[in-house]
Design a protein around this ligand. Structure first.
Ligand SMILES: NC(=O)c1ccc[n+]([C@@H]2O[C@H](COP(=O)([O-])OP(=O)(O)OC[C@H]3O[C@@H](n4cnc5c(N)ncnc54)[C@H](O)[C@@H]3O)[C@@H](O)[C@H]2O)c1
Length: 391
């Protein structure tokens, strides 16, 4: 018993990283809506951070946001992100961009062009062209850009990559990924997720980007080559969609201007086939677990009921031992770590230590290229080639 206790103490010491708080990083918020709440709670826990400014397109929203979180002395009298970034008296080190999808590229480019480090919420952008422009601004600026994929920080997600890297699956040739919700079109505080002018893409970008990242990160982000895609909006455009009716928002059906379901067949460099489907709403429990099939073994990663990019239960590795077929359960790793805290901390550490972005744009560019390819192929009604311009 005494030994167990001392081992636990040893583990705690190993985990604790001492943060040098002598120099504070000065942070500005762009967009003060729903997800900005998760960002601020994590930023407030960091001893080396000073939140100095924030802006929102809706007058008064930024001020109310910081007041609600009890953060004082934050400048908020800006009509736009440009005004805030132009205020050199702030001496900003970084901005966190928590705006709706259509307002990801513009603020990110403006911040990078003005020498700021950027944490940008997912999905990267709406179109591939926008993502390319952001990557170019990042390259030109020499600053850090990290995309907000907090599921990446999960120990179970890291385990998927470790299994692939170990060679236990052999040569990977086919992957199925995706997820869904029976009734999960997001409209918690209005319609910014479902209108074309604000969201631009629906389930495909919102939760599809997580499914793509889960497997592409594990296999080293090979370049996507071609895609045959499909998308639809049968639930979102229906005024009788049960969640609209339940919440008294049947009028949202008319505002719905994105997809609520998408599927695709994608060819990746290296001969890997990627079969993808994603749903905000469907008459089904799940459109399937994620599976990674290889010449030596295959991995099944259970989906979750309300797909948000996490591992839904113990993974199963199907393989052979001494010529006999067997399977190994990979237990879920439970940790007390908050994924948003890790997303913020790794971003800050990369700024201070000059390392690579925790979730680099060079990888997520391929994620965005697939999303863009699915949208274009669905519109064209045929397979399309994915062409990624030089950065
Ligand atoms: N990582 C996650 O788990 C997660 C979860 C939810 C949402 N998100 C992402 O976060 C983003 C925002 O989602 P949300 O739910 O917070 O939306 P929201 O509509 O609640 O908030 C967005 C806010 O940004 C403001 N805004 C838009 N453009 C602006 C600009 N140029 N300058 C200043 N303010 C601007 C809007 O007025 C709004 O208040 C989306 O891209 C979404 O995909 C990520």
């Amino acid at each position: 018993m005494a030994l167990d206790k001392s081992l636990d103490a040893f583990k705690d010491v190993q985990k604790t990283k001492v943060v040098d708080a002598s120099k504070k990083l000065r942070i500005g918020f762009i967009g003060c809506g729903w997800i900005a709440g998760s960002h601020i709670r994590s930023f407030m826990k960091q001893p080396d951070v000073e939140i100095v400014a924030g802006c929102d397109l809706i007058p008064g929203k930024a001020e109310a946001f910081f007041k609600a979180h009890g953060v004082q002395g934050v400048k908020t009298d800006y009509a736009s992100h440009k005004e805030m970034i132009d205020d050199k008296s702030l001496e900003l080190d970084a901005v966190t961009i928590c705006t709706y999808n259509r307002q990801h590229a513009g603020p990110a480019i403006y911040a990078l062009n003005n020498g700021l480090n950027v944490l940008l919420e997912k999905p990267f952008t709406v179109t591939l062209d926008e993502a390319v422009e952001v990557c170019r601004a990042e390259k030109e600026s020499g600053k850090l850009l990290s995309i907000g994929f907090q599921p990446r920080m999960d120990a179970n997600m890291k385990m998927i990559k470790k299994i692939v890297d170990s060679g236990a699956l052999g040569q990977i040739y086919y992957i199925q990924t995706g997820g869904g919700r029976r009734r999960g079109i997001p409209f918690p505080f209005g319609t910014t997720f479902i209108e074309a002018d604000t969201a631009g893409i629906g389930a495909l970008g919102d939760i599809g980007c997580y499914s793509l990242d889960m497997v592409l990160n594990a296999i080293g982000y090979p370049k996507p080559l071609t895609v045959s895609g499909y998308k639809s909006a049968f639930f979102g455009k229906n005024p009788n969609y049960s969640e609209y009716v339940r919440s008294g928002h049947s009028d949202y059906a008319e505002k719905f201007g994105v997809d609520d379901f998408a599927a695709a067949f994608i060819r990746l460099e290296g001969g890997v086939i990627l079969d993808f489907r994603i749903a905000w709403a469907m008459n089904l429990d799940t459109p399937g677990d994620t599976i990674i099939m290889g010449t030596k073994g295959s991995l099944r990663i259970p989906s979750t009921e309300c797909w948000n990019g996490t591992v839904g239960g113990p993974m199963i590795l199907y393989h052979e031992v001494c010529g006999e077929q067997t399977k190994t359960e990979i237990p879920i790793i439970h940790t007390a770590e908050n994924l948003f805290d890790l997303k913020i901390r790794t971003f800050l550490d990369a700024i201070k230590e000059g390392g690579e972005a925790p979730v680099p744009s060079s990888q997520i560019l391929y994620n965005q290229a697939i999303i863009d390819g699915i949208a274009k192929s669905a519109e064209a009604g045929r397979e399309v080639e994915i062409v990624i311009p030089e950065i």
